[in-house]
Design a protein around this ligand. Sequence first.
Ligand SMILES: [Zn+2]
Ligand SMILES: [Zn+2]
Ligand SMILES: [Zn+2]
Ligand SMILES: [Zn+2]
Length: 232
Amino acid sequence: MTRPPKAIPPCLICRQAPGHGELCPSDDDEATYYLQHPLPDGHRDWTPAGIRYTGTPARRTAVRAVMATTCWVRMHGKPNLPMSPGLLINQILATFGSSASKTARIGYTSDFLTTLDCRCDPWRCIHDHDAPNGVAPDWLTHPRLDPDLVVYVPLVAVEIRWADLWQTYWFADAGGGAVSLAIDSIPEISPPGITVACHRRWCDLCPGSSKPGARAKAPTPCPCSCHAGTPS
Ligand SMILES: [Zn+2]
Ligand SMILES: [Zn+2]
Ligand SMILES: [Zn+2]
Ligand SMILES: [Zn+2]
């Protein structure tokens, strides 16, 4: 069977061809996600920029499997990182501006994402459109696939501790730079008066009390639950 010439495959997200549905994020530069998935206590936004790596259920399965191999390093002092993810993470943090100072942890994966550097429109890539749900695509045994298109991409992550929220930004190290894949958001409010260390879950670094403010004379004890049970 041959494809009719110039047949345009449907969009992976809105399923339309040749155009896109009215609400399809592919046409929206401001869209921050094309799909949201629940996480325990929060959710994950799959970002439009990462569609090439995450645009099918099979590809997202592969990404989640690589995410599970993340080595986390606390962003305290001079974190000790392998050279390659370290350089990329520095580039990413530079784009975060002042928010970079809220980084609690940075991460890099010990495994690579095996994926495809094909010439398809990433919103309409046909290469694993029929891959079974829940199974990472096996590119190397895919029929009619040029093995030269297969690439191995490590992931890096930056975890930001906001006042009331944890966010983890996931990126692919795509050679030329970082490509945003997903943003995880998990709301969590710390008790008032908590120290910066305990707010970031660096409980072993907490001095046990916050510095006295302009009016308070004595230091305020840190209310983090990690101090409960410590004899005073
Ligand atoms: Zn679309
Ligand atoms: Zn493709
Ligand atoms: Zn604590
Ligand atoms: Zn504390």
